[in-house]
Design a protein around this ligand. Structure first.
Ligand SMILES: NC(=O)C1=CN([C@@H]2O[C@H](COP(=O)(O)OP(=O)(O)OC[C@H]3O[C@@H](n4cnc5c(N)ncnc54)[C@H](O)[C@@H]3O)[C@@H](O)[C@H]2O)C=CC1
Ligand SMILES: CC(=O)C(=O)O
Length: 351
């Protein structure tokens, strides 16, 4: 189902008298393209999928956005609602269907379909419900877009990134979980708010699980390029250990707080995923903490094919490299504990 009407059907094809070709040029037709078009598919047109679709749309990252959802009426409503903004936005073809064929030849497929937490549930509580969906979705997506980058968002995102990697057969460099890119933004926001500076001037990473065992890398926080813990040691006025621990706890509790208040989270994950899509599709080579195959990093054992967030350089080919962080012993031990929790969950799946 898509409602796009071609220009030639309307008579706007150069012969109508409305648009005439200049000398020696081709007539204006919808198929006149001089560069490869970029297609992004979003699987799951719920709160998160639509926040991502609308952010990608407004940031002009795609020529075509395909939406896939199991709920036909909701999908059609969301599609029309986005299409009706056409006069205010870059020209983007928006299509949708309940069949995975709509995602054919995508450059990037973002998977958000699945159950979400209700108050009191952890992300890991969603595992078995969402693995069952992924068993249907991922093979169909991979078959339709064998060269695509897969960006997993549904929770528990790290274990589902492992599931998507196993079910797609794609190389690990093309299967990425949105991971702690969002948690790191929350961390940076709270530090910036405490210091009354701009969050974009804070470099700070949450790594490990996007969940309860996430790890705040306090040792490498910098503000405007200056290491924060050194200034903590030198000058106790603006920052203290208790404030930092309060911020870490607030980051870990952020999603629970928002879900308790509005039922779901959506806007921040929309921007987080659009920032990842920009780095990937525009080959920006920016470093983001995202869920990657972490075997061999920071003592994560061989054979534990666990996905968790580490700072990674993202470009058009996906994960271009993972940064070896300089961690304290305590941070490395927490990261290995996070890896152990995730690997225990992966092993339950028998994939
Ligand atoms: N990684 C992250 O940082 C974040 C992850 N999430 C996760 O994103 C997921 C989606 O959350 P919401 O959008 O709030 O939920 P939602 O309930 O609003 O949307 C889920 C959508 O998935 C669709 N769906 C279900 N089965 C499907 C199938 N087989 N094929 C296609 N579509 C199907 C549903 O019809 C629904 O529209 C949840 O797992 C949530 O925990 C949410 C926020 C942040
Ligand atoms: C729901 C979720 O994973 C988040 O907002 O962090």
């Amino acid at each position: 189902m898509h409602t796009t009407v071609s220009l030639s059907e309307l008579g706007f094809d150069g012969s109508s008298g409305i648009f005439r070709p200049v000398a020696d040029s081709c007539p204006l037709t919808p198929t006149t393209t001089h560069r490869r078009l970029t297609k992004v598919s979003v699987i799951g047109a719920g709160n998160v999928g639509m926040a991502i679709a609308q952010t990608i749309l407004t940031q002009n990252l795609a020529d075509e956005i395909a939406l896939l959802d199991a709920n036909r009426d909701k999908l059609r409503g969301e599609t029309l609602d986005l299409q009706h903004a056409a006069a205010f936005l870059p020209r983007v073809r928006i299509v949708s269907a309940t069949d995975a064929a709509i995602t054919k030849n995508s450059d990037l497929v973002v998977i958000t379909a699945g159950a979400r937490q209700v108050s009191g549930e952890t992300r890991l509580d969603l595992l078995h419900r969402n693995v069952a969906l992924y068993r249907k979705i991922v093979p169909a997506v991979a078959e339709n877009s064998p060269e695509a980058l897969l960006l997993v968002v549904s929770n528990p995102v790290d274990v589902l990134t492992y599931v998507a990697w196993r079910l797609s057969g794609f190389p690990a460099s093309r299967v990425i979980g949105s991971g702690t890119n969002l948690d790191s933004s929350r961390f940076r926001f709270l530090i910036a708010d405490h210091l009354q500076v701009n969050a974009q001037d804070i470099q700070a990473y949450m790594v490990g699980e996007h969940g309860d065992s996430s790890v705040a890398i306090c040792s490498s926080i910098s503000v405007g390029g200056m290491p924060a813990l050194k200034s903590l040691r030198d000058n106790h006025q603006s920052f203290d250990e208790a404030a930092l621990e309060g911020i870490r706890l607030a980051v870990v509790g952020s999603a629970y707080e928002v879900i308790g208040l509005k039922g779901y989270t959506s806007w921040a994950i929309g921007y987080s995923v659009a920032s990842l899509a920009t780095s990937l599709l525009r080959d920006q080579r920016r470093v983001h903490p995202v869920s990657v195959l972490a075997v061999g990093f920071h003592g994560i054992s061989d054979g534990h094919e666990v996905f968790l967030s580490l700072p990674a350089c993202l470009g058009r080919d996906g994960i271009l490299g993972v940064a070896e962080m300089d961690l304290t012993e305590a941070e490395a031990a927490q990261l290995r504990r996070s890896a152990k929790t995730l690997w225990e969950n992966c092993q339950l799946l028998g994939l």
